[in-house]
Design a protein around this ligand. Structure first.
Ligand SMILES: Cc1ncc(COP(=O)(O)O)c(C=O)c1O
Length: 372
């Protein structure tokens, strides 16, 4: 079945009780047990599982070509739940350009957990091979990366991780499974912040992990979720499931608009460089062509000068809104180093753009006047 069809139908059979086509929203925190104390319908308490979340997980499993999936209350709850399964004494490889929250878990919590890590430029496969140690348990990749839009070769990294006896996990938030399915390329799991394109309207927070196998590791990650409580609420699960129905269609327009904006920016004398994998000049363009069906709705660019010049360009935009986050219908522009704070590694002249679903000519006109 094609992705578009799966996105509409996965986890979406009419409600057995009522025939309703839109899924029911089950808010109950607790579920009746049978006389012998068992839970014949599989539900006992909301933090363990709930029917709306289970329906979402069915869809998440199908979208990522996975064997099973877990929904979380946020992308960070999902990421942290994976990282908490690394045993004491274990070593993790993280990309040098990765979502800053994931790096914060490593710098802030790994020392307490007895876990070590290295940041590696994962587009350099030899460097990744050299960085693997016998204690390496997890190789974490992000492609395209936030905010530099780096592309890394997911199939090659899966092989390197497995040769080293490590698991390979991909943060696929920027691409979404509409454009890239890391499990098909060898990943053991793919994580998404569903706050972004899955929800798609900037009004819900969530996270997901889809697993290549339903095994002991998926159970352990699920146990972390249950005990720490990083579950998705029923309403958030319902909103993410609703967003999934239009994911493929929205991604087409996000991609077309982002390409038009990137091509325009690349002609602008005040722009130092545009980071968009759809541009032939992008160093990861060929790898992106191989592993993505299109290049996504995110891009970043560097303004000639420093932070002041970049902030001034963002300030002059009228259609773009200055805000963090991404993947909604409206276009957002962000001075990323400011959002990330003092520990940021992002260049001071970089603006990150989430290209929305407006008409691309209006977006281009807005950027033209902002750069004038
Ligand atoms: C690439 C990436 N991964 C993970 C996250 C974290 O997701 P959340 O904000 O839903 O916790 C984000 C959020 O911006 C992100 O951009």
């Amino acid at each position: 079945m094609h992705f578009e069809t799966k996105a509409i139908h996965a986890g979406g059979q009419p409600d057995r009780e009522t025939g309703a086509i839109a899924p029911p929203l089950h808010l109950s925190t607790t579920f009746e047990r049978s006389e012998d104390g068992t839970t014949p319908r599989g539900f006992s308490y909301i933090r363990d599982a709930n029917p709306t979340q289970a329906q979402l997980e069915e869809a998440l499993t199908a979208l990522d070509s996975a064997a099973g999936a877990l929904a979380f209350g946020s992308g960070m709850a999902a990421a942290a739940s994976i990282l908490q399964t690394v045993p004491r004494g274990g070593h993790v490889l993280l990309p040098d350009d990765c979502y800053y929250g994931v790096r914060e878990v490593a710098t802030g919590f790994f020392p307490q957990w007895g876990v070590t890590f290295d940041l590696v430029a994962m587009e350099d496969l030899e460097a990744v091979r050299r960085a693997c140690r016998k204690e390496t348990k997890l190789l974490w990749a992000e492609s395209p990366s936030n905010p530099l839009m780096k592309i890394v070769d997911l199939a090659a990294l899966a092989k390197i991780a497995h040769d080293a006896g490590a698991r390979f996990v991909v943060d696929g938030t920027f691409a979404t499974p509409a454009l890239q399915r890391p499990i098909e390329l060898g990943a053991d799991a793919v994580m998404h912040s569903t706050t972004k394109y899955f929800g798609g309207h900037g009004d819900v927070q969530g996270g997901s992990i889809a697993f290549r196998e339903r095994g002991e590791w998926m159970e352990r990650v699920g146990h972390v979720r249950t005990i720490i409580g990083g579950v998705a609420s029923p309403f958030n699960s319902w909103l993410v499931l609703r967003g999934i129905r239009t994911l493929a269609a929205r991604m087409r327009v996000h991609c077309a608009n982002a390409r038009a904006v990137a091509e325009f920016l690349a002609t602008q004398p005040r722009v130092e460089v545009v980071h968009y994998p759809g541009l032939k000049s992008h160093p990861g363009h060929d790898v992106a062509m191989r592993q993505m069906s299109d290049f996504g709705g995110m891009l970043s660019f560097r303004v000639k000068g420093g932070a002041a010049e970049a902030l001034a360009v963002a300030a002059r935009t009228k259609i773009f809104t200055r805000a963090t986050s991404l993947g909604g219908v409206e276009s957002l522009i962000e001075h990323r180093a400011t959002s990330e704070g003092p520990a940021s590694r992002t260049p001071q002249n970089l603006l990150r753009v989430s290209v929305g679903l407006e008409h691309p000519d209006d977006l281009i006109d807005d950027l033209r006047q902002a750069l004038a």
